[in-house]
Structures are given as structure tokens and as C-alpha cells.
Design a binder for this molecule. Structure first.
Ligand code: NAP
Ligand code: HSE
Length: 433
């Protein structure tokens, strides 16, 4: 069997993991020995690294790989957006297949990238871009293709789940735990993408395109992160029988008269009942619950970030490419590649109904709970529970959990509650599953 020559762009957390797998002496399938690393592109060839390289393996110009006709596959694991996109596009145009872990690029430029790959008769595979080591892209492309997918809901960012787990279990400090996640190689180069929910929004956008077949306008995904969550919310949620998790949801709604599939997609910190399967997902682990017909419900679970797990996903994509091109007269496999087959759009958040959690700080005066309850009642917002959880000096903290109500009515109630004389501030608002 022939060799598959690859060029790797990026040798950080993920790149190092790829190198270790490909140089590993453990008992793996013999096809791995056919993968040959031609060169590795880094920013700074003189940087001190944990690995001693054979001669001249490191270079700093990706064009050397792109222009080398002997290289079959470019592996993009450098991160960033515009430069990485440029390298991916140039590689495809040079007739090379690409493996990438870059969700930020695929979520924004997937359509252009998939189209170029199809035109050039090559592939772009991105298993590592979503949920690190969990096989999720391949199942959506192939194993689940005979199912009508209704809904996906999951924890799809490792850094934020790591932080929330430590805040919940150890009352850990948010900032220090984020630093720890960075040191462990979980966080993005700019961790704002993780903590503000943008990384999860990139990922749910990619998953939605694969599951529902239409291009998603990434910028219209309603996105909230965890930077405003404090230990008090976690404590109150726990008292009421919930965990707080950063969730991403994507769900079919209706098909409009232009035959476009309306989707409800959002990312946000949410209260989730302790009995829900996602509530037990701890640390850097991710999980995605998929509701499909006729399959029913499945949950894919495992490490969502980190060097080894993510690298394993990258290497499995390289193997898929190699195995595919080994076939005689191999033409493009329509399932391994990806093309849109319909139009999709995201529904306006005012049309969505959900359960909500609200923490209100107010003056501890008689009748305040009744007044808050009245505002919700007038606006047709049904309440599941309303409790006073803390009273110190003259202040009281009131926590409300609503039933599933329209966003419009809920927002109107919030405005009116804010205007009550007794109310100091609405300290936090979260979704509730
Ligand atoms: P990283 O540790 O920051 O490594 C980035 C690598 O790219 C470094 O080797 C750096 O070179 C190189 N690089 C950066 N800019 C470059 C440029 N302009 N030209 C050439 N090389 C350049 O990043 P990472 O954590 O491995 O992440 C890489 C990608 O994988 C990102 O898209 C990320 O979102 C994705 N991903 C990461 C994880 C994870 O757990 N870390 C999981 C899933 C997906 P130097 O070494 O010389 O600085
Ligand atoms: N920063 C990402 C996370 C890496 O924490 O989930 C995996 O995509």
C-alpha cells in the first residue's frame, strides 16, 4: 500500500498530540504506519519544544507545503481565522485534501470551503472541530443519515464545563480556574471565545448544518457565555435541584412557505435538572444528546478538548482520507464530503418559548413576592416556583423559575419587575431545561 504524505500547520496542543500518535509505538492498526509527516509549519521555528525533531522538520512557511506536489493532505491545527482560512483554501485549490480542527473557520466559511473542495474533487474533514475526541461529525455525516434529526442539545465546550464543574464542586474562583484550563491546553488562544459562548456557537452552527442540511447564518445564533455566572447562582440552582451548564441547542421548528426549515438555535448558561443525563457531564467532558426518528435518543459523551483526544480525531480523519484514496478509481464519496441540500433559517428569539430562572435582589419588605408574582400573572407567565433564598440586612434575594413561556412575555415581565420600587436589580437570568 502507498504512503500518505501529510503537512501539518501548527504544533501546539493539538499538533503535538498528532505527532505523538503518529510516532507512537503502541499497538495500533498498521495503516497508521503509512502516514508520513513531510513538514510541520510553526510560527517560530526556534521556540523551545518538548519534542526533539529529526532534521529540518519544522518550517515557517505554509506555502512550501501547499506548493509541494508530493503532499497529499494538509492538516490545519494552527487556529485563528483569516490566515487559517487562507491556508485551507489555497491547499484545496492546489488539489490537496484538508483536515482541520478549526471550528471558527468552518462555522464562518464552511459553505465556501465545502464548495471549493467539491469543485477540486478533494475533501475537507473536521472531526476534531466539534467536541474534541468525541466522534460526532462522522456520525452526523454517515451513521445517523437514515434518521430524521429533530433536536440536538449538549455541552460542547470543554473549558466552560471544566470551570463550572470546579465552581460547583469546589467553590473554585472563576478567574483562577480559567487560567488552569488555559494551562491544560483546553482553552482557545483567546479564551473569550470559550467563556462568552462563541466557541460553542461555532460548534452548534457546524452541527446544525450537518444535521439539517442548510447553511446557518452563524451571526444570528443567540449566544451567552458564563462570565456573569457567580457562585450564588450555582448555590441556589443546586438548592433547587439543578446544575448550571453552558448548553447549546438546535431544534427543528417548521418549514416556511419558501420551503426553508426554521430552526431554534441558541447557546447559553442554563439550569438543568440533576436527573437530566447532561447534568452528570463533568470537567472537560462534552456530551451531545440527539433526538432522531426512528432511532430515538442517543447521547455521545467523552473528552471535549485536550491534546490527545483532539489529536485522535484529527488522525482518524487522516486515516479516512488515506483509506478512501486507496480505492481504485476513487471518486468523491458524497457522505464523507459535505454539500448543503436545503435552505435553513434561524427563528427570531421572540418566537421561542422556554423555561427561565431569574434572581432578583430587592428590599426585604412585606408583599414583595406577591407583587412580583402579580407582574408575571398579568403577562401570562406561569411560575413553577418563587422562593426567597437569602435575606441579609434589609435585602432579600428572590429566585423565580417559570414554566415554559414565550420570550416576549417574559421580557415584558422583566421590564415591569425592574420598575417595581422594591426591586434593586435583576441580578441574573438563565434558561432552564
Ligand atoms: P496552540 O496550542 O495555540 O498552537 C497553535 C500552533 O500554531 C503553534 O504551534 C503556533 O506556532 C502555530 N501558529 C500560530 N500562528 C501561526 C502562523 N501564522 N503560521 C504558522 N504557524 C502558526 O493551539 P491548539 O490548542 O493546538 O489549537 C489549534 C486548533 O485546534 C484551533 O483551531 C483550536 O480551536 C482547535 N482545537 C483545539 C482543541 C484543544 O483542546 N486545544 C480542541 C479542539 C480543537 P508556535 O508553536 O511557533 O507558536
Ligand atoms: N476551547 C475548546 C473547548 C477546545 O474548550 O471546548 C475544543 O474545541
Amino acid at each position: 500500500m502507498g504512503k500518505c504524505k501529510i503537512g501539518i500547520v501548527g504544533f501546539g496542543t493539538v499538533g503535538t498530540g498528532i505527532y505523538k500518535i503518529l510516532r507512537s509505538e503502541v499497538d495500533l492498526h498498521p495503516i497508521l504506519k503509512e502516514i508520513e509527516i513531510a513538514k510541520i509549519v510553526v510560527n517560530d521555528v526556534n521556540k523551545k519544544r518538548e519534542i526533539n525533531f529529526e532534521n529540518n522538520l519544522l518550517i515557517d512557511d505554509p506555502n512550501i507545503l501547499i506548493n509541494d506536489p508530493s503532499i497529499d493532505v494538509i492538516v490545519e491545527v494552527m487556529g485563528g481565522i483569516e490566515i487559517a482560512k487562507d491556508i485551507i483554501m489555497k491547499s484545496l485549490k492546489a488539489g490537496k485534501s484538508v483536515v482541520t480542527a478549526n471550528k471558527a473557520v468552518i462555522a464562518r466559511y464552511g459553505s465556501e470551503i465545502y464548495e471549493t473542495a467539491a469543485k477540486q474533487g478533494v475533501y475537507v474533514l473536521s472531526e476534531a472541530a466539534v467536541c474534541g475526541g468525541i466522534p460526532i461529525i462522522e456520525p452526523l455525516k454517515r451513521s445517523l443519515k437514515s434518521n430524521h434529526i429533530k433536536k440536538m442539545i449538549g455541552i460542547i465546550n470543554g473549558t466552560t464545563n471544566f470551570i463550572l464543574s470546579k465552581m460547583t464542586n469546589e467553590k473554585a474562583d472563576y478567574k483562577k480556574t480559567l487560567e488552569l484550563a488555559q494551562n491544560l491546553g483546553y482553552a482557545e488562544f483567546d479564551p473569550t471565545a470559550d467563556v462568552e459562548g462563541h466557541d460553542a456557537a461555532d460548534k452548534i452552527s457546524i452541527l446544525s448544518e450537518l444535521a439539517f442540511g442548510g447553511k446557518i447564518n452563524r451571526d444570528s445564533i443567540s449566544t451567552e457565555g458564563i462570565s456573569q455566572i457567580n457562585l450564588k447562582d450555582i448555590e441556589y440552582a443546586n438548592k433547587l435541584g439543578f446544575e448550571i451548564k453552558l448548553l447549546a441547542l438546535s431544534e427543528r421548528n417548521h418549514i416556511n412557505k419558501n420551503d426553508s426549515l426554521a430552526l431554534n438555535i441558541w447557546v447559553g448558561p442554563s439550569l438543568i435538572s440533576k436527573s437530566h443525563p447532561l447534568a452528570t457531564v463533568e470537567g472537560v467532558n462534552n456530551a451531545l444528546l440527539i433526538e432522531a426518528h426512528p432511532l430515538g435518543e442517543i447521547m455521545l459523551y467523552g473528552p471535549g478538548a485536550g491534546s490527545g483526544p483532539t489529536a485522535a480525531s484529527v488522525v482518524s480523519d487522516i486515516l479516512s482520507l488515506h483509506a478512501n484514496t486507496m480505492k481504485n478509481n476513487a471518486s468523491i464519496d458524497p457522505l464523507l464530503s459535505f454539500n448543503f441540500w436545503r435552505n435553513c433559517h434561524i427563528i427570531d428569539s421572540s418566537q421561542i418559548t422556554k423555561k427561565n430562572y431569574l434572581r432578583i435582589i430587592c428590599i426585604d419588605s412585606p408583599g414583595v413576592i406577591g407583587k412580583i408574582g402579580d407582574v408575571f400573572g398579568i403577562n401570562d407567565v406561569s411560575i413553577e416556583s418563587i422562593v426567597q433564598l437569602d435575606a441579609s440586612a434589609d435585602k432579600a434575594e428572590i429566585v423565580v423559575i417559570t414554566h415554559e413561556v414565550s420570550n416576549g412575555s417574559f421580557e415584558k415581565s422583566k421590564e415591569e419587575i425592574n420598575a417595581l420600587n422594591e426591586v434593586e436589580i435583576i441580578a441574573s437570568q438563565l434558561s432552564c431545561i
